[in-house]
Ligand binder design. Structure first.
Ligand SMILES: Cc1cc2nc3c(=O)[nH]c(=O)nc-3n(C[C@H](O)[C@H](O)[C@H](O)COP(=O)(O)O)c2cc1C
Ligand SMILES: CC(C)CC(=O)C(=O)O
Length: 361
């Protein structure tokens, strides 16, 4: 495996160029974990192409004298609507792990979400000054431990909880199985240390894992037990979006988990308009999955998203060049978004609307 780069090669022109640089620097098993989707990876692949059939209709001669991409979410102002999605075990991809990712995101003023399965302590990450820090929560079978985790996140300065709903099980990871991926002994979900162990699952139905998986009542319970806004991640149905708000969520992330959990779901971009319609401005709507270009971000914003999250490309930047790679990935997306807005005739996010899109979903 090649070592991480210390300078960015001049041929790097887009986010996709980082994928190859990363592949040369990540062990094959960990690469299968990073890149893979569930089962036949149909959703993972369709996430990438779903933006392509939607066209941007540019409008001309608009006033750009005060152009910007600023937005406000949950009481904090952000310079742009590009957020780092929660992804597990960053130390698999770079020795500095989540700390390097956070530094890269912070340099570009991007909001950052730390995974429950991070390989760095939530306190260590929380101690950094950032552009906005959220904690992604997997409700654990040990509910008492779950509340302790939430208390730690509150105390460490996290500003929201991203509650992931779509992964009561981890999904069929055939690519990982074929690559024989095993978590290296020195990497673990350090924030779950000390939790009461769970009986290993021998089967699916009837297993303790599934019996103890969260329900809507757990969302309501969590909302009663935290002062942080809860953003429900993994929503693909408008009724689930409404149910989330009814049970105490303050935001929605339209996502199929990068196609890593249930294969052959719709892509998040396909269902985004109907979910944004169901939410009807009552709460912020974010979307992730397959976003690789600023034009993808623009299309998502036109389709009703308030902001977007980026998963794998951040890990590609991290694996290739640590914090500098992460910052460069976000920088390219940010520049491309501004360029798309400039060429489409949109000086700010309040002027983004579905009228810029010719739909062929
Ligand atoms: C390696 C990897 C690990 C992930 N770990 C988590 C996680 O711990 N929690 C979570 O809610 N989502 C996790 N996700 C899903 C991302 O948050 C996000 O939904 C997805 O990566 C978006 O798609 P994209 O990779 O095409 O941008 C993970 C994704 C990847 C690629
Ligand atoms: C245990 C998995 C569900 C972790 C995860 O979120 C992922 O790898 O996508």
């Amino acid at each position: 495996m090649l070592p991480p780069l210390t300078a960015i090669p001049s041929h790097v022109a887009s986010v996709s160029d980082y994928r190859e640089l990363a592949r040369e620097r990540v062990e094959p098993g960990a690469w299968a974990y990073l890149e893979g989707g569930a089962a036949d990876e149909i959703s993972a692949a369709q996430n990438l192409t779903s933006f392509d059939s939607c066209r941007i209709i540019p409008r001309h001669f608009r006033d750009f004298s005060n152009a910007h991409t600023r937005t406000e979410l949950f009481g904090r102002r952000y310079a742009h609507p590009i957020f780092v999605a929660p992804t597990a075990y960053h130390r698999l991809f770079h020795p500095e792990g989540e700390l390097a990712s956070l530094l890269g995101a912070t340099a570009l003023e991007a909001g950052f979400t730390l995974s429950t399965l991070a390989s760095a302590s939530l306190e260590e990450i929380g101690a950094q000054k950032t552009a906005g820090l959220w904690f992604q929560l997997y409700i654990q079978h040990d509910r008492e431990f779950t509340l302790e985790l939430v208390g730690r996140a509150e105390k460490a300065g996290y500003e929201a909880l991203v509650l992931t709903a779509d992964a009561p099980l981890s999904g069929l990871r055939n690519r990982e199985q074929r690559a024989g991926f095993q978590m290296p002994a020195h990497i673990s979900a350090v924030n779950l240390k000390g939790m009461r162990p769970q009986a290993p699952a021998q089967q699916i139905f009837g297993s303790e894992l599934l019996k103890q998986s969260p329900t809507w009542n757990d969302l309501a319970w969590l909302a009663e037990n935290t002062r942080l806004p809860i953003i429900l991640k993994g929503v693909l149905h408008p009724d689930d979006a409404r149910s989330a708000l009814d049970h105490g969520a303050s935001g929605i992330i339209v996502s199929n988990h990068g196609g890593r959990i249930l294969d052959t779901t719709p892509t998040p971009f396909e269902v985004l308009p109907v979910i944004a319609k169901a939410v009807a401005g009552a709460a912020p709507v974010l979307v992730d999955g397959g976003i690789r270009r600023g034009s993808d971000i623009f299309k998502a914003l036109c389709s009703g998203a308030d902001a977007v999250m980026i998963g794998r490309p951040i890990l590609h930047g991290l694996a290739a060049a640590g914090a500098v790679g992460v910052a460069h990935v976000i920088k390219m997306l940010r520049t491309e978004l501004e360029m798309t807005m400039a060429l489409a005739g949109c000086p700010d996010l309040s002027s983004v609307n579905p009228g810029f899109l010719l739909e062929k979903r």
